[in-house]
Design a protein around this ligand. Structure first.
Ligand code: UT7
Length: 322
């Protein structure tokens, strides 16, 4: 028998307020045309008063639990990926845990920025396969609007807030045909300076603002993402032709196109939400995934690959059969 982590449900949540490019252009020296042409973004959601990483994460988790038909108390592991926690500590995962009324389970955050959801998914998968967990909530939730420098037009137009979640469960079957088939993670800390926040509890004692050398990040992103996609396919003994859907990190429509082209994947197989959500960091992959599951594009039996790359650099991918 093979024990695998299978997908039981997905969910997502967005702040109430959506902000168009035109509205951004009233605030900073930019234009709808520039943002659209360079990134594919037309809209983003920005958290308002009372909306935080933990509240959005909780809403996404509730939706995923509903979809799975599970009661929160059946969850024995919560991993929340974020670079924008409610507080330095405790982990936002424990705030979600409390809001869901779960009194005892393993609960922690992971910090891998835009790849955070892939890191969280991979750790949850390992814990499920080892028997350390049976039912896991894996959440990506961010309020990047709160670490943006609203005077820096090269970054503030690119990001948005939101949350996505999946419920994973252990399943033993003779063939192990469905579930997470492979994950692969990478980090290369030599590139810290290309995408970072210029503050923190142990350095400035402040929260800091996001800084990015966009062009250099772009170059690394396309190379690294294509390479890690090939790696997960190789680990699982699968080929790119068998992929039904790619759920990529939504940083820039041009990165999605270039990565798909490198792998010879048809653009119709790529789930795109960057136009509506902008870059929501660790939330982007589970948000896009939930959208495509709910609108019926991603169906049981499909072979899906998820990938992301972000600050660190960190990057990773996951191949899953639904
Ligand atoms: O999620 C983590 C991973 N992050 C990413 O993957 C982001 C990767 N990078 C990118 O997506 C792109 O590099 C950006 C969208 C950030 C920038 O696009 P670009 O085509 O690389 O533009 P650029 O930085 O080379 O800037 C081109 C021009 C500059 O003007 P000059 O120097 O050519 O006169 C900028 O000052 O565009 C100007 N510019 C803007 N103009 C209007 C930069 N930001 C803006 C803006 N509005 N918001």
């Amino acid at each position: 028998m093979i024990r695998r982590s299978v997908l039981l449900g997905t969910g997502s949540a967005l702040p109430a307020r959506s902000v168009s490019n035109a509205e951004m252009a009233e605030r900073v020296d930019t234009s709808d045309e520039w943002i659209r042409e360079r990134t594919g973004i037309t809209n983003r959601y920005i958290a308002g008063e009372g909306e935080t990483t933990a509240t959005l994460g909780t809403a996404a988790a509730r939706a995923a639990l509903d979809a799975a038909g599970l009661d929160a108390t059946q969850i024995d592991l919560i991993i929340l990926a974020t670079a924008t926690p409610d507080q330095t500590f405790p982990a936002s995962a424990t705030k979600v845990q409390a809001a869901l009324g779960i009194n005892d389970c393993v609960s922690f955050d992971v910090a891998a920025v835009c790849s955070g959801f892939l890191y969280a998914l991979s750790v949850a998968d390992s814990m499920i396969r080892s028997g350390a967990a049976n039912k896991a909530l894996v959440i990506g939730s961010e309020t990047f609007s709160r670490i943006l420098d609203w005077e820096d037009r090269t970054t503030c137009v690119l990001f948005g807030d939101g949350a996505g979640a999946v419920v994973l469960g252990a399943e033993e079957s003779a063939d192990g045909a469905r579930g997470i088939l492979a994950t692969k993670l990478h980090a290369d800390g030599r590139h810290n300076e290309l995408l970072y926040v210029d503050g923190g509890p142990s350095t400035t004692g402040t929260v800091g603002k996001l800084r990015m050398k966009g062009q250099e990040v772009f170059r690394h992103a396309v190379t690294n993402l294509a390479a890690v996609l090939r790696e997960v396919l190789e680990i699982a003994g699968e080929s790119a032709d068998h992929i039904d859907w790619v759920v990529p990190h939504q940083a820039n429509a041009r990165i999605l196109d270039a990565t798909a082209r490198k792998l010879g994947l048809a653009p119709e197989k790529v789930i795109v939400t960057v136009d509506q959500h902008a870059n929501t960091s660790a939330a982007s992959v589970p948000l896009a995934f939930d959208l495509a599951v709910r609108d019926g594009r991603i169906k049981p039996g499909d072979l899906v690959v998820m990938e992301a790359m972000g600050g660190g650099f960190t990057w990773g991918a996951c191949l899953i059969r639904l």
